[in-house]
Write a protein that binds this ligand. Structure first.
Ligand code: ATP
Length: 369
């Protein structure tokens, strides 16, 4: 029996995964392919969707194919998701099977950093799917393991590598998450082109990858005494949230205090964006850059400490454990501190630019007609 093992964070699973494997399956006679969710990926600092959501999306994307299995081996294991441990588990489960581990071209370049690499490389065969944007070249120390066609793999139990250059899907979960974080991101062409409709529906019904709405959900603390039946849901939300600090300082003062605190510890490229007229959840968004993870954390801490001593306790702080992007929610003011490359990538400022304002205005006009 020939078993394929394909591991991924699948955050979310996309056609770069599924169509590449379909293609591979048409060239290699697998009996079964196990799609192993990397629950706690050792090479990634942060994962966006929960293990449960990623696993649900994986199952939806695989549909009811009898030879594909969504596998929870690394979910039930509480330690980091090392491939060598998974291979050992599968070998015990299917002692007479042959195994191929499938990876993308980007993973091939970093394979030498994987846990117990030397053992891992010789314990299974390897199938590498070309990934646009990454070199097709096999690292020098692995070249003697290359075979020219998948049929040659049948003559070797383990330790050989075949590269499938036909796989050409130019997509990544990172790009999809960035698209999905934008307003109406599910309508973006990359989402439509590379996500299964079932996965898109799941993402939409569970509000995944949406920075602002999930933030909104997290902080929505219904306060009965503030309820106003004449306000819309969004106005009501804002009312319930801002009322936390109105007796201490208004949003203008709050925003000034945050900026002062950032300047105190040399925050870079500080930008204040007035979002009162287009947002349901805050009046100002303050964005700043820090030169390193430590600096990012220090900037966020400076702001929360300064406000805390004045009686303003942040409603939420996210990301301080990693430090690439820390978010501090002060009610009417939301602070984002990021490393410059993370800031450039997510381009939060663009979310609130003139085009978005015009769209919101247009939408409101249409609603009132
Ligand atoms: P992220 O952008 O979050 O890093 P990803 O798109 O690389 O995610 P993973 O779930 O980390 O997706 O990838 C699982 C495996 O699939 C890895 O071996 C990766 O190299 C491979 N892979 C991902 N996308 C592609 C693609 N477009 N073509 C070929 N292989 C891919």
């Amino acid at each position: 029996m020939l078993i394929g093992l394909f591991g991924g964070t699948f955050d979310p699973i996309h056609f770069g995964h599924t169509k590449s494997i379909d293609l591979l399956h048409s060239l290699v006679p697998f009996d079964q392919i196990y799609w192993v969710l990397s629950a706690r990926p050792p090479h990634k600092d942060a994962v966006s969707a929960s293990i449960k959501d990623r696993f649900e999306m994986l199952k939806l994307a695989l549909g009811n194919r009898l030879d594909y299995f969504a596998d929870d081996t690394e979910i039930t294991r509480t330690s980091k998701s090392y491939t060598i441990d998974t291979v050992e588990t599968f070998k015990k489960r299917y002692p007479s099977a042959h195994f191929c581990v499938v990876i993308g071209g980007d993973s091939l370049q970093t394979l030498h950093k994987w846990h117990r690499y030397e053992e891992l490389i010789t314990s299974v065969n390897w199938l590498v799917m070309h990934r646009p944007g990454y070199p097709l070249e096999v690292p020098r120390e692995l070249r003697q393991r290359l075979v020219e066609s998948p049929t040659q793999l049948q003559h070797h139990n383990s330790g050989k590598i075949w590269v499938c250059s036909e796989s050409q899907f130019n997509v990544s979960s990172t790009r999809l998450r960035a698209a999905l974080a934008k307003p109406n991101g599910w309508q973006d062409s990359i989402v439509r082109d590379f996500l299964a409709p079932e996965v898109v529906s799941y993402i939409r019904s569970n509000n995944l990858y949406q920075t602002s709405p999930s933030l909104k959900e997290k902080h929505l603390e219904p306060n009965k005494s503030n309820s106003n039946p004449y306000k819309s849901d969004s106005e009501q939300y804002k009312l319930s949230k801002s009322s936390h600090f109105d007796n201490i300082m208004n949003s203008e003062q709050l925003k000034d205090q945050v900026v002062d605190a950032l300047e105190d510890v040399k925050g870079q490229d500080i930008k204040v964006i007035d979002i009162a007229d287009i947002s349901d959840f805050a009046d100002f968004m303050v964005v700043a850059s820090g030169t390193s993870d430590t600096h990012v954390k220090a900037l966020a801490r400076s702001a929360s400490d300064k406000l805390r001593v004045q009686g303003v306790k942040p409603l939420n702080e996210d990301g301080a454990d990693v430090g690439e992007w820390v978010l501090v929610d002060f009610g009417d003011v939301v602070l984002h501190v990021m490393r410059p490359e993370v800031r450039a990538y997510y381009d939060l400022e663009k979310l609130w630019d003139e085009d978005v304002r015009k769209l919101v205005e247009k939408h409101r006009e249409e609603q009132s007609e």
